[in-house]
Design a protein around this ligand. Structure first.
Ligand SMILES: [Zn+2]
Length: 217
């Protein structure tokens, strides 16, 4: 814990000083341009991997970067309130222009869905939450992957696709997207190489992000 307390001092003495003006300008309001929805995994550091600054990203994190599908059923709605309220806040109050759903390699949530019942029963909240990944699991198992590694990356990639689909079930997301006021991306971050793959919604493929004239402006 000492590192974190020392880190707080270092932040104030060094890093904060470097961005003093920026922090002053953010004193009373935020205008983040992008909602970055990712996993709680400690190895995914949104500002670091996007080279962005305080005030740029509105970050939502949960186990497995899941977007609970939109529902009018009040019981279900209340079960997943933290994530859905944050998405609603980002769009309806902050008028965010971009959404990135960022999954990653070696995702614990994506492997949890294949765990034995007995293991999952030790973490009943996780068990309940990752039930939202059942459609992903079904799609993967239908393809009968031959190895555990293949099953894993298929699950991680299908998960990103699924969460993009779930996002579009929200009327306030779909309306803005259809009007061209909202851009939506699916990213797959590979921890050991630092690469990020971007999902192409037309070809349904993930391609590594590179220096490219076609990258969004
Ligand atoms: Zn994860």
């Amino acid at each position: 814990m000492k590192e974190l307390f020392d880190g707080a001092v270092k932040f104030l003495e060094d890093d904060f000083e470097d961005y003093k003006d920026l922090y002053q300008s953010l004193k009373r309001h935020q205008e983040p341009h992008t909602l970055f929805l990712t996993c709680v995994d400690s190895r995914v550091v949104p500002n670091l991997i996007t080279n962005s600054l305080p005030g740029d990203l509105f970050v939502i994190r949960n186990v497995g970067n899941i977007v609970p599908p939109y529902t009018q059923d009040s019981n279900l709605r209340e079960g997943y309130l933290a994530t859905t309220a944050a998405i609603e806040y980002a769009l309806s109050i902050l008028n965010i222009q971009n959404i990135i759903i960022c999954g990653h390699s070696d995702c614990g949530a994506c492997s949890a869905i294949y765990e034995d019942e007995e293991v999952l029963n030790r973490a009943p909240y996780v068990k309940k939450w990752v039930e939202l990944l059942e459609p992903v699991k079904k799609k993967v198992l239908d393809l009968k992957p031959k190895s555990k590694i293949k099953r894993m990356w298929l699950t991680e990639q299908f998960n990103i696709e699924q969460q993009l689909e779930n996002l579009m079930t929200y009327p306030f997301v779909e309306e803005r997207f259809d009007r061209g006021e909202l851009h939506i991306y699916g990213w797959y971050y590979i921890i050991p190489t630092g690469e990020i793959y971007n999902y192409n919604m037309i070809t349904k493929e993930f391609k590594p992000i590179k220096k490219d004239e076609n990258n969004p402006k």
